[in-house]
Design a protein around this ligand. Sequence first.
Ligand code: DOR
Ligand code: ZN
Length: 432
Amino acid sequence: MSRILLKNGEVVSSKGTLKIDVLIEDGKIVGFPENEEVEGAEVVDCMDKLILPGVIDPHVHFRDPGATYKEDFESGSRAAVSGGVTTVLDMPNNEPPTTSRKALDAKRALVNGRSFANYGFYIGFDGGNLEEVNEAENIPGVKVYVANSTGDMGVSQENLEELFEKSNKLIVVHAEDEGIIEKNKKKFDGELVAEMHSKIRSPEAAAKAVKYVCELARKYKRPVHIAHVSTEAEVDIIEEYKEDGVTCEVTPHHLHLTEDDYEQWKNFIKVNPPVRSRMEVFSLWKALKTGVIDIIDTDHAPHSLEEKEAGYLDAPAGIPGVEMLLPIFLNTVSSEGLTISELVRLVCERPAEIFGIPNKGRIMEGYDADLVIVDMEIEKKVERKDLLSKAGWSPYEGLMLKGWPIMTIVDGEIVYKDGKVEGQPIGKEVVF
Ligand code: DOR
Ligand code: ZN
């Protein structure tokens, strides 16, 4: 039996912080002993440290199967746990796409025994696989692309409506309007550079698709989760549909990068939906504070350095981020942009609620021992040499961040400590 006692730390929840010891046994949080010794327990001194629930990132692209030179489940999950992320939900735009029960089972077999983090898999909707979607078991939801993005999984409006009418799963939507994007592409003939991406996949394209999807949610009374909002218009629309069960997420890059960053980063920050203006970013921060935005997750979309160095049309869209999520926002806590309790709500508690992940996202008796220990005093620069994702780059390189995870525990086992991922890939598929 494994037994760990986290002593002298401060436990964080959305309600506040509490100085209390945490006892872990056989993968579960079993109690909060008060100044007691516990026989046979490995003691971890957490004096002056915070203990957070393990971060849940419900939007990653680990490229396994299909493009494992960009990332595979082992490298992606190493990166995750090094950043305090203990559960990831992986998107279906693989090769082959995860759009059938057979493909889901093949992915399960492929990933089994290779992940350091716990994980779940979405099924993708391709317009013609409603039965597969409805009969798929143990998934967090069905992912649908309203416009084409990496993987070209865009579906027609008729098919989308059919999904809302007949599916029995949480619908997770990449919402951009293909018609507006195509029209804009024609307008911007001539030399295309990275900056154009934000004009082609315009704020109007995002807002139009979000409005359409919210209307479907209301009409068919279906819960829907809107991925990666990037504009004030989307947030304003979503606010009106909160009572219809509409939830949404925002990424670190949409909160930290703007169109001004194209000058430095060119196609490295080409992403769908694109980075926006400073004003849009400001409004996203506001929506985060007021609670219209439910969660922060990464849309971790690794592409290689060579691919990102290509010209505008050839460079693939996507930004890696899973290992930087917690450090980036701990730094925000240090600079008082967010409180630590708000952060725990945004990256632990709400993701578990929205995606129906039982026994995770909180530090409570009987819950899974997925935890991260944080030192808010460590200041460290983000450097390429320290990154574990196969992408091998980050748009946050060079930033000095205050507040870093120092230990990650998955299912009661220490998997990251002293700057190193250690032990075996013991991650398990989440039971939804
Ligand atoms: O920029 C993006 N990259 N947006 C997506 O929707 C997909 C992702 C990817 O898989 O590369
Ligand atoms: Zn994505």
